[in-house]
Design a protein around this ligand. Structure first.
Ligand SMILES: [Zn+2]
Length: 211
């Protein structure tokens, strides 16, 4: 599977400046851990418990359809102080979806999801789609990442998934995990160790702002 674990700075700067890839580093170092594709009735509660052990906050980019199916899991996520973002209603690939349909699907998801932030499924969004989202009022903020755990990749080991994160995470990083069945065996191994590592570094684990 071809993907970049660490998004190179030049790629971010040259081609995708309109998207957010990393957070500014302030006096107190912080990292931003994110989870895509939930909520899931058992996997999301596992994540929430792990976060709680480290007093960590995180951001969940939810699929609208999953929120409507697992509403109480979603509500718990919000009640525990995390932020949520929109990941379309049906996990659409922007490159292969007409812009009107794409925007409509996001709007449908927005009826179930708090927050005005968006992450495109597969990281694939057309420039025209991103522009339309950013021109809406209020404007959507589109969050990408600088560290991809690769937990969705069934060809890597849990240890490799952990290494992908530990070798690349730094203050300001936006890290991607998935609260999904596909990612479970790698995410459930790596996440507790990543949280432990961040705590040891003295880094605060923060949720992305929801606007
Ligand atoms: Zn996704």
């Amino acid at each position: 599977m071809a993907y970049l674990v660490k998004t190179p700075w030049w790629l971010r700067r040259v081609f995708y400046q309109h998207l957010t890839w990393k957070m500014p580093v302030k006096n107190k170092p912080a990292v931003y851990i994110t989870f895509d594709d939930g909520p899931h009735p058992t996997i999301t509660p596992f994540v929430l418990d792990e976060l709680k052990k480290h007093n960590a906050k995180a951001t969940f980019f939810c699929i609208g359809n999953n929120v409507s199916r697992y509403k109480s899991t979603y509500d718990t996520t919000i009640a525990e102080g995390h932020t949520t973002g929109n990941h379309t209603y049906n996990h659409l690939n922007g490159w292969f979806t007409k812009t009107e349909h794409y925007l409509k699907n996001i709007k449908q998801a927005a009826q179930h999801i708090e927050g005005h932030i968006f992450r495109p499924p597969y990281g694939k969004v057309k420039r025209s789609q991103a522009n339309r989202l950013m021109l809406q009022k209020p404007a959507w903020r589109i969050y990408m990442w600088d560290v991809l755990s690769g937990d969705f990749d069934t060809e890597i080991t849990p240890e490799q998934c952990l290494a992908n994160v530990l070798e690349n995470i730094e203050p300001g990083s936006i890290v991607v995990f998935h609260d999904s069945e596909k990612a479970w065996s790698r995410m459930s191994y790596a996440l507790p160790k990543v949280l432990e590592y961040c705590s040891q570094q003295g880094w605060e684990m923060k949720a992305l702002p929801k606007h």
